[in-house]
Ligand binder design. Structure first.
Ligand SMILES: [Zn+2]
Length: 206
């Protein structure tokens, strides 16, 4: 069996609060766990470390990858790090957002555009996609024909840009210039809500 055939994408949804600019909202967040039977990476750490650890199911966690630093995506990252000894990865442009949630502790590894994170022999390529947040990134797994977009691209269009540190023109430039360059049939695993594809979102944004 090829490496990619052994690697799977597991998923759970956790519920909690997103807070920014003095407002709070009830939200359901997707958590994506990519790996094989031995090792995995966790993409985003919202609300409930125990629910995330249930998906990890005893495997070695190589990395905690944050798509951006809104509190509903990084709240449990330090707790998860303490439980797994895995480093937290975040793009440094999201430091102001991170510090709102975790003022006394930092992440471990800076993410950068073009960086590759390997898990179980599959590459996750980091695409810096500012707009929803300055340090928002997507993780493209060519071998799995999917991309993890956080809150940059949803089923139905771009992520929200109405609050601090967000910009609509910037997110649209990121989506058109970077995500729409991926193969049409790439499955989009989002930060909230249902999957979509690059082709479907190209039609939505046209
Ligand atoms: Zn967000």
């Amino acid at each position: 069996m090829s490496t990619a055939a052994r690697v799977r994408v597991d998923h759970t949804v956790t519920s909690g609060i997103f807070s920014l600019d003095g407002q709070s909202f009830d939200v359901d967040n997707n958590v994506w766990v990519v790996g094989d039977d031995e090792e995995c990476v966790v993409i985003d750490a919202p609300h409930d470390a125990e629910e995330i650890m249930a998906v990890v199911a005893g495997r070695r966690v190589k990395a905690i990858l944050c798509t951006h630093a809104h509190d509903d995506h990084v709240r449990e990252a330090p707790q998860l790090r303490a439980q797994t000894q895995a480093p937290i990865f975040l793009h440094p442009d999201d430091r102001p957002l991170w510090e709102m949630t975790h003022p006394r502790e930092l992440w471990d590894v800076d993410l950068a555009d073009g960086q590759v994170v390997d898990v179980a022999g599959v590459d996750l390529e980091v695409i810096h996609t500012p707009g929803h947040a300055p340090g928002a990134v997507c993780f493209h797994a060519p071998a799995l024909r999917c991309v993890f977009t956080g809150d940059t691209l949803f089923n139905g269009g771009p992520g929200a840009t109405g609050r601090s540190f967000s910009d609509y023109d910037t997110i649209v430039a990121s989506i058109r210039g970077r995500l729409f360059e991926l193969p049409d049939d790439t499955v989009v695993h989002t930060g909230h809500g249902d999957d979509t594809t690059i082709a479907a979102e190209q039609a939505n944004l046209a």
